[in-house]
Design a protein around this ligand. Structure first.
Ligand code: GLC
Length: 538
C-alpha cells in the first residue's frame, strides 16, 4: 500500500482544500452559531500531522468579515474586521498560527464585486449625487417612463436595479438589493480593494477565493443583455438572457491580473475564482493572470449528468484545454449547491470521491461531504437564506451544522443551532464514522493520505482509456515507471472490462474488499458503482 514517502507538498497545486462555512462548523461560545474558535478547536480533525486525521492541506473560509448577514457574510460592511459573531482579529491571528502549525494554509473569501448596502462606502455614495464616493457604485437615471436603465437581471431574481429615493437614481446589484455592485472602473475602488488583499496577506492569509469573479466589470455603455433564444421558461428568469454585457467582460480579466500581481509580491500565494463556466470560458480565466497564481474553479462535476461517457469527455477536453502551466481543480459541492450525497446518492458519492482524489489537480471538499451529510429540508417558516425566499432554490439545506457526534445538536453546539442539525446525525457523524472502517469518512481519509504519499497522483500525467464499455470510466496516472489505474463503474449493474495489463495491486476499492489484493486485469468484474484504485505492474 502506501510507501510512506514524505512528500513536501507544493500547497497551491497539491493540497486538498476543505471549505468551511464558519457559521456551521463548530460553536465554541454557545450562541448556536459557529465561530473561529470553534474552527481552531477542530483543526486537529482536519490535520494533526498523522493519518488519523483527514489530512487536508488548506481551509477556505466563507466570509468572516463584519456583515449585516443578509447573505450570511457575502454582504460585507467592513472588509478589515471580523464579525463579532465569529470572533475578533485576535482570534483570527490565533487561527492562522494554529493552522500554520499544522501545515494548513488559509484561504479567505474575497468578495470584490459588491459590498453590503450598510457599508460606509455605500452609505456615503447614496447620500448625494455629488458625494466623493458616488462613483464607487453604479448609478444611473431611470428611463423616461421611470423604469430601470436596462434589462439586466439579478442572479437572485428580478431586476438588477433598485431605485434609491434619496437621489431618484437606480443603483446596480448583480445579487440582492442589499449587495450593491462596486464600480470597478473607478481607480479608487481598485486601490481600496488592493489594500484589503494586502491587509489579509499581512495577517497571514495564504490565498483567496474570489467571489463572483465573472461579474466584476460590466459593459461601459450598459447595453441590454440579449435574450436567450433557447430558453423557454418563465419570463424575467435569469436564464432568459445571455449575459453578454452584465458579466464576463474582458476588463474583468484585467482586474483579476491586478489581484494576481499583488499576490505575486508575496511568497507562495494563490487565488481561485468563482465562475460557473464551460471549458472555453475557463480557458479565458486561466489566461487572465500573467503570473499563473490563479485558477478558476471547475464546477462541472456538480452539473454534469450521471454518465461515464460525458464525465470522461469533460475531463479529457478540460485536460486538453490546459496549457503546461495551468493547474486543474475539481469541486463536488459548496455552500450554494445541494450536497453531493443528495444529488447522486451515497454509493455514487463514494465513486465521485475516488474520482476527485485521483484526478490530476487540486480537490476541493465541502465540509460535511466527507461524512456523507445530506441536504436537510428546512420548513418554510424556518428558512434563513433570504435568496431562497426569492427563488425556488433555498441554500439552507446544504449549510446545516457539522455533525460531530451523536450527542444533542450533533456536538456542534450545546444550544439550539441557527439551522437544525441533520435528521440522520446519529448515524452520520464524525465520531461514529471514525470507528467504522467502511464509512465515507474512512474512504475520504484513505484516499487523501494515499494521494499525499503518491508522486504519481500528485504529479503524474492523466490519460483515459478506451474500454468499449459506456458505463466504465478508467484512466491511468503515470510518472516514470509508476502507473496507477483508476476504474470507475458508473452503472447500477455489474460490468466486466479488460486491460492490456496482467496484474495489479488493489490499493482501494469502494466495495471494501481487502486492500493489497492482486487482481488480474485481463478480465476484471466490477460490482454496481464499484471503483478501484490499482497499482499496475509492468
Ligand atoms: C457567490 C457566493 C454566494 C453568494 C453570492 C453573492 O456566488 O458563493 O453564496 O450568495 O456570491 O455574494
Amino acid at each position: 500500500m502506501n510507501n510512506k514517502r514524505k512528500i513536501q507538498l507544493n500547497w497551491s497545486r497539491e493540497a486538498v482544500v476543505y471549505q468551511i462555512y464558519p457559521r456551521s462548523f463548530k460553536d465554541s461560545n454557545n450562541d448556536g452559531i459557529g465561530d473561529l474558535q470553534g474552527i481552531i478547536d477542530k483543526l486537529d480533525y482536519l490535520n494533526d500531522g498523522t493519518e488519523k486525521s483527514l489530512g487536508i492541506g488548506a481551509i477556505w473560509l466563507s466570509p468572516i468579515y463584519k456583515s449585516p448577514m443578509v447573505d450570511f457574510g457575502y454582504d460585507i460592511s467592513d472588509y478589515m474586521d471580523i464579525d463579532s459573531q465569529y470572533g475578533s482579529l485576535e482570534t483570527f491571528n490565533k487561527l492562522i498560527k494554529e493552522a500554520h502549525k499544522r501545515n494548513i494554509k488559509v484561504i479567505m473569501d474575497f468578495v470584490a464585486n459588491h459590498t453590503s448596502s450598510k457599508h460606509p462606502w455605500f452609505m456615503d455614495s447614496r447620500s448625494s449625487k455629488t458625494n466623493p464616493k458616488r462613483d464607487w457604485y453604479i448609478w444611473k437615471d431611470p428611463k423616461p417612463d421611470g423604469s430601470p436603465p436596462n434589462n439586466w437581471l439579478s442572479v437572485f431574481g428580478g431586476s438588477a436595479w433598485t431605485l434609491d429615493k434619496t437621489t431618484n437614481q437606480y443603483y446596480l446589484h448583480s445579487f440582492l438589493p442589499e449587495q450593491p455592485d462596486l464600480n470597478w472602473r473607478n481607480n479608487e475602488v481598485k486601490k481600496a480593494m488592493e489594500k484589503v488583499l494586502e491587509f489579509w496577506i499581512h495577517r497571514g492569509a495564504d490565498g483567496f477565493r474570489s467571489d463572483a469573479a465573472y461579474h466584476l466589470i460590466k459593459d461601459d455603455q450598459l447595453r441590454d443583455d440579449p435574450p436567450n433564444p433557447t430558453y423557454k421558461g418563465v419570463k424575467n428568469s435569469y436564464k432568459g438572457l445571455i449575459h453578454t454585457y452584465s458579466q464576463g467582460r474582458p476588463e474583468a480579466l484585467e482586474t483579476m491580473n491586478t489581484f494576481c500581481s499583488i499576490l505575486g509580491l508575496h511568497k507562495d500565494k494563490y487565488m481561485v475564482s468563482e465562475a460557473y463556466l464551460d471549458i472555453p470560458e475557463m480557458s479565458k480565466l486561466y489566461k487572465a493572470c500573467s503570473n499563473n497564481l490563479h485558477a478558476p474553479f471547475n464546477f462541472n462535476l456538480i452539473s454534469l449528468p450521471w454518465d461515464a461517457k460525458l464525465i470522461r469527455k469533460h475531463i479529457d477536453d478540460f485536460e486538453a484545454s490546459l496549457s503546461k502551466i495551468d493547474w486543474p481543480n475539481y469541486v463536488l459541492g459548496n455552500h450554494d449547491k445541494p450536497r453531493v450525497v443528495t444529488r447522486v446518492g451515497e454509493k455514487r458519492a463514494r465513486l465521485l470521491a475516488m474520482l476527485l482524489f485521483t484526478l490530476r489537480g487540486m480537490p476541493f471538499v465541502y465540509y460535511g461531504d466527507e461524512i456523507g451529510m445530506k441536504n436537510e429540508d428546512i420548513p418554510l417558516g424556518k428558512q434563513k437564506d433570504l435568496v431562497g425566499n426569492r427563488l425556488t432554490a433555498n441554500r439552507d439545506g446544504e449549510r446545516t451544522p457539522m455533525q460531530w457526534d451523536e450527542s444533542v445538536h450533533a456536538g456542534f453546539s450545546i444550544v439550539k443551532p441557527w439551522l437544525p442539525v441533520g435528521e440522520k446525525y446519529k448515524d452520520v457523524n464524525v465520531k461514529k464514522e471514525l470507528s467504522d472502517p467502511i464509512s465515507m469518512l474512512r474512504l475520504y481519509r484513505q484516499l487523501i493520505h494515499y494521494r499525499a504519499n503518491s508522486y504519481v497522483l500528485l504529479r503524474g500525467s492523466y490519460r483515459s482509456l478506451d474500454l468499449g464499455d459506456n458505463h466504465v470510466f478508467a484512466y491511468l496516472r503515470e510518472l516514470g515507471d509508476e502507473k496507477v489505474l483508476v476504474i470507475l463503474n458508473f452503472s447500477k449493474d455489474e460490468e466486466s472490462v479488460s486491460f492490456p495489463y496482467q496484474k495489479a495491486n488493489v490499493i482501494y476499492t469502494t466495495n471494501r474488499e481487502k486492500e493489497n489484493k492482486i487482481v488480474n486485469l485481463k478480465k476484471i468484474t466490477l460490482a454496481p458503482y464499484q471503483g478501484y484504485v490499482l497499482e499496475v505492474k509492468g
